[in-house]
Ligand binder design. Structure first.
Ligand code: MG
Length: 406
């Protein structure tokens, strides 16, 4: 709702510097980044708070042709911001603002051209799918993509008003309407986006929420059949992805948390697929960023070729319990002490320090790291046993409380 206000302010600031601005209208973050590439832009700003509550808004910055920033790029950007305001253009050299209306169409065309999209198989299968876009930026493109794939499409919350009828973070708790609609409509599955549609999660044909990690796992299971290059993910993605990669004989490479790190490593190594544990997947052949729309196309193609239902596909894999919690950080002073303490809690564990502290045990793992976006300390724990995962999580969280001043 506050997007137009922010867009006007940003456009004024950018043109005052002598830069020309092209507006693409309401569109998903991956669509905007893809447009920056298609238009050969010198930079890209996306106004979004992603999955955060409606009262928040923000700006995501990207480089030339919409390339996401690496760790070094972000450090340089921070220096630039701190070095003070840049100089304004003289009155006769201010920039121009123009509008284009083809960003969604260009992105759709790119997705439909992916080699992993199998229109013949989708048509033969005759799928019926519900899509919940939380009245956010995916409201137009995702139902349109499903229709063009030949899927019978049932849109839910696909009015792009920015008035969110559920939490913009798609989760087991926030998707009651989607679960009901899948059951009522006798659909094969239901998809849900966050507000800027870079994330995708799904509900199976029984109306059950499938944990976020399965989005990445499903996409990887489709793409790795034909592509044996490494799979790139972060330190907080669970063993499900290792199992998928092992099935296809593909190596897994992990990075710090953040899609910028994932994409940087994908560029460096040449990867088959990348992604995070939150339902964000990076599919080579589209723009290198998490893309919940491209993920729809790959998952629908994969399901059409699979001899079974969504719940049968999920049931093929080992079940892991990846739990997360967060502690408010009253100050950042004690973060190092907290991480050092966490590293000593399990003397027999292997400790990795790529991002915060990762404690690898025989029967699971724990990660403690300060969030990059909120003043919180995050704790993750995974095990094949739910009780064990809960014990690891609560024990670590309780030990961290003395450091964070909560
Ligand atoms: Mg998002």
């Amino acid at each position: 709702v506050s997007g137009e206000m922010a867009q006007n302010a940003l456009s004024s600031g950018l043109t005052a510097l002598g830069l020309n601005v092209t507006l693409v209208g309401v569109a998903p973050t991956p669509t905007v980044l893809h447009a920056a590439s298609a238009y050969d832009a010198d930079g890209c700003l996306t106004i979004t708070a992603s999955h955060n509550p409606a009262e928040w808004n923000g700006v995501e910055f990207a480089l030339k042709r919409g390339q996401l920033m690496s760790g070094d790029d972000r450090a340089r950007f921070q220096q630039l911001v701190e070095s003070g305001a840049p100089s304004l253009a003289p009155w006769d050299a201010v920039g121009e603002i123009n509008q284009r209306h083809d960003a969604i169409e260009l992105h759709l065309a790119r997705i439909l051209a992916l080699s992993s999209v199998n229109l013949t198989a989708i048509e033969r299968r005759g799928l019926r799918i519900v899509v919940d876009s939380v009245n956010g930026a995916g409201s137009v493109i995702s139902p349109s993509l499903l229709s063009r794939l030949g899927v019978e499409t049932i849109p839910l919350y696909c009015e792009p008003t920015g008035r969110f009828p559920r939490s913009p973070e798609p989760s087991d708790e926030s998707l009651a309407a989607l679960k009901e609609t899948v059951l009522r409509e006798n659909a094969d599955l239901g998809f849900a986006h966050d507000a800027d549609a870079d994330r995708l999660v799904f509900v199976n044909e029984r109306g059950e929420f499938v944990p976020e990690e399965y989005t990445f796992a499903f996409v990887a299971d489709v793409l790795l059949k034909r592509d044996k290059r490494p799979l790139i993910t972060t330190v907080v993605t669970g063993a499900l992805l290792d199992d998928v990669a092992a099935k296809h004989g593909v190596k897994v490479v992990r990075t710090p948390v953040g899609v910028g790190y994932v994409v940087e490593k994908m560029r460096e190594l040449g990867a088959s697929v990348g992604g995070e544990s939150t339902g964000g997947v990076v599919i080579p052949g589209t723009h290198l960023t998490t893309d919940g729309i491209a993920a729809i196309a790959v998952i629908v193609s994969g399901l059409a070729s699979f001899e079974g239902t969504m719940s049968e596909w999920v049931g093929r894999w080992n079940e892991y319990h990846l739990l997360r919690t967060k502690l408010p950080l009253a100050s950042r002073d004690q973060i190092d002490a907290a991480l050092e303490h966490a590293a000593t809690m399990y003397p027999d564990a292997v400790v990795e320090r790529m991002d915060g502290v990762k404690i690898v045990l025989n029967d699971g793992w724990i990660v403690v790291r300060p969030s990059g976006t909120e003043p919180v300390l995050r704790v993750f724990a995974e095990s094949v046993s739910r009780e064990r995962a809960e014990l690891l999580l609560t024990r670590t969280r309780d030990a961290m409380k003395q450091f964070v001043g909560a």
